[in-house]
Write a protein that binds this ligand. Structure first.
Ligand code: GLP
Length: 270
């Protein structure tokens, strides 16, 4: 349409649309491997923030492959996971501790002391102190070089649900009803999905040097469009990434489908 701004100008976050989730994940794994190797070459650790959920599964698969086939060592990687359900034992099939070990840590040469995952079993009275300590451990590690994120259908990053403050820190949160409904497919029933979780805050995430958000599939298309093209608002926590100087959103075609650049081209389709 004449006189109209090109679609990409309405995007407030840098977006990369990949042919598939696997292809995007392979590129990100190569970027993480390069960071690890560059740091190893100068005797330093790389610090990476990690998500759970289905979105990073290909990434972890590729990192394991690089370890097995290319000799990529995880000896100089320190990781901080974003979140954990509150009240699930570590061994629970749906705990994020178990997820991370099954998908990554059991298959590479990470030592336990390099791996940080929020503890969902800290007694209630000690949670705040525990969360402050998690923040201190991130700072002591030198801060997060690269933070990988997924996005929930509420727009959450980590478990920062709508209403989470831009400067929020690691804390105990209540899960949104939609988040619990989405998680229910992995649990015996919706009522067995925990109501609470410990998550890094939006402010914690925004302190990472670099942020990469992953979203695949059409179920994410509308919330992705909101985060990328809407204004930055605490009502859609992923949109708060707009305030970060080095952030990228990696999408497959389905997750990108509601962006103006594709909606406009579809408008002309028959
Ligand atoms: C959970 C996690 C989030 C994740 C989201 C999306 O709620 N706490 O960190 O981003 O799920 O999950 P999926 O990647 O399975 O769509």
């Amino acid at each position: 349409m004449r006189g109209r701004a090109p679609a990409r100008e309405v995007e407030r976050l840098p977006v990369e649309v990949h042919v598939s989730a696997e292809a995007a994940s392979r590129e990100l794994a190569a970027e993480i491997a390069a960071l690890m190797r560059a740091r190893a070459a100068v005797g330093r650790m790389a610090v990476v923030g990690l998500p759970t959920g289905s979105s990073p599964v290909f990434l972890y698969r590729e990192l394991v492959r690089l370890h097995r086939e290319d000799g990529l060592s995880f000896a100089n990687l320190v990781t901080f996971n974003l979140d954990e359900y509150y009240g699930l034992p570590r061994e629970h099939p749906q705990s994020y501790w178990r997820f991370m070990h099954e998908h990554l840590f059991l298959h590479v040469d990470s030592r336990a002391e390099q791996v940080h995952i929020p503890d969902g079993n800290v007694p209630r009275a000690r949670v705040e102190e525990w969360c402050r300590d998690y923040e201190r451990r991130i700072v002591a590690a030198g801060g997060i070089d690269l933070q990988v994120l997924g996005i929930g259908r509420t727009g959450h990053i980590g478990f920062n649900e709508p209403g989470s403050a831009r400067n929020s820190r690691t804390r105990l949160v209540t899960l949104d009803a939609l988040t619990r409904r989405d998680a229910a497919r992995h649990f015996p029933s919706e009522t067995s999905v925990p109501c609470h979780a410990i998550t890094m805050g939006v402010g914690t995430i925004l302190e990472a040097g670099k942020i990469v958000l992953l979203a695949w599939g059409d179920a994410k298309a509308s919330i992705v469009a909101g985060a990328v093209e809407g204004g930055a608002t605490e009502k859609l926590p992923a949109s708060l990434l707009q305030g970060h100087p080095d952030v990228r959103v990696l999408l497959d075609r389905s997750a990108a489908a509601e962006l103006t650049r594709y909606r406009d081209s579809r408008a002309g389709e028959r």
